[in-house]
Write a protein that binds this ligand. Sequence first.
Ligand SMILES: Cc1ncc(COP(=O)(O)O)c(C=O)c1O
Length: 404
Amino acid sequence: MDTKSSAFTVRPAQRMTVRPAQRMTELPAQFFAALVRKANEQIALGHDVINLGQGNPDQPTPPRIVRALQEAAENPLYHKYPPFSGFAFLKEAIARRYKLDYGVTLDPETEVAILFGGKTGLVEISQCLLDPGDVCLVPDPGYPDYWSGVSLAGASMAFMPLREDNGFLPDYTRLTPSELTRAKLMFVNYPNNPTAAAAPLSFYEDTVRFAEKHGIVVASDFAYGAIGFDGRKPVSFLQAAGAKDVGVEYYTMSKTYNMAGWRVGFALGNREVIRLLNLMQDHYYCSLFGGIQAAAAAALTGPQDSVDTLRAMYERRRNALFGALTGIGWQAKPSEGSFFAWLPVPKGYTSAELADRLLLEAKVVVAPGIGFGDNGEGYVRLGLLAPEARLEEAVARIGKLGLF
Ligand SMILES: Cc1ncc(COP(=O)(O)O)c(C=O)c1O
C-alpha cells in the first residue's frame, strides 16, 4: 500500500477559518495551566520539585474496588449501552450510604443523578437553571469550575467573599438587593477548597432559610465530605431541615475512594433539579460504563475501613505540615477538613510572587490564592498530597529562604 500519498503528503494551508462560538471565547482562563508549565520547566531542568500545587489524590484506589471493576469488565451486561440515567443499583448504593453516614433519606429513582464526576454536574447545573441576565452566587475564593458553568450559560456571577474572621463562611447579609433579585443559583462548598474550613449544621440551616426566602437553588459541593479532622465529621447540607426543598448536594467518589480517574459523582436531593440534570445528560451521554458503575456500587456498599485509613492519613499529614510550619514561624489556621492548607502570604508579596519564589528557590509548588478569586489574594494553597517526610522537607526548604 502506498502510504505516502495519504498520511505523509503535505497538505495545502487551510483556506477556511474556523470561527468559534462566542461562548468559547468567553470561557474563564485556566489560571493553573501556567503553574503546571512553570513546575514542569523546573523538573525538566533536573530539579527535585515537591509539587503541592494541585488537588490530585496521590494514593491508589483500594484493591477491592479495582477487583470489582476487573470482574465487572467480564460481564456482558455491561458491554451494552447502560440505562440512560445509570443503573438503579448504583443509585440505591449512594442512597444507602447517605442514610448510614448522614441519616439522610433519598429516593434513589427521583432524588439521585449519576454524574461523570462532580465537575461535570457542577458545570451542568448552571446550564440547567441559568439564562443570560441571571446571577449565580459564587464563593470567593472558590473552586474555579463553578465559573465555567456560569460562563457557558451566559449568566453572571456575584461573589460571596469568604473571610478568615467569619470562619471562611459567606455573609449573606452583604449581598445587594439587585444581586438577591437576580440570583437563581448559589454554590457552597465545605469542607472548603481552597480554605480548608468546615461548616457547622447551623450554617446549612441559615442557608436553607436564605435560599427559600430569595428563591435561590443551592448547590452544596461536598467533594471533601469524608475528610474532616480533630474528630469532627463533616456535616452534609442535606442534614439541614428543608434542604431538599431548596437544593442538591454533590458527592464524588474521587476523594473518598481515591477514584479521581474513574469519573464518578452524584447529585442528590431536590427532585426537580435532579430531573433537569438527568434531562441535560440524556442529551449529552448515555451514562457511565456499567463496569465502573458496578465497582462504584461495590465501593459504597462494602467495608469502609479504607475511608477511615485515608482520613487518618490526611490528618497525620496535616499535623506534620502545621508542626513544621510553626517551626519556621509561618503562622496559619490549621485545616479543619479537605486535603488542603490555606496559608497567609508574608508582607511584601502577592500570592503569585510568593508562589514563583517558592518554586524557583525552594523547588516547592504551591497554588497562588489569586487563582481562586480576588479574595484569595494574600494566601497560597498547599495540598496534603505527599508523604509526611516530603511535606516537612518542603517546609524546611521554605524555611531556608528566611521569609518569616
Ligand atoms: C471543591 C471541588 N469540587 C468538585 C471537585 C470535582 O471532583 P470530581 O470531578 O473529580 O468529582 C473537586 C476536585 O478537585 C473539588 O476540589
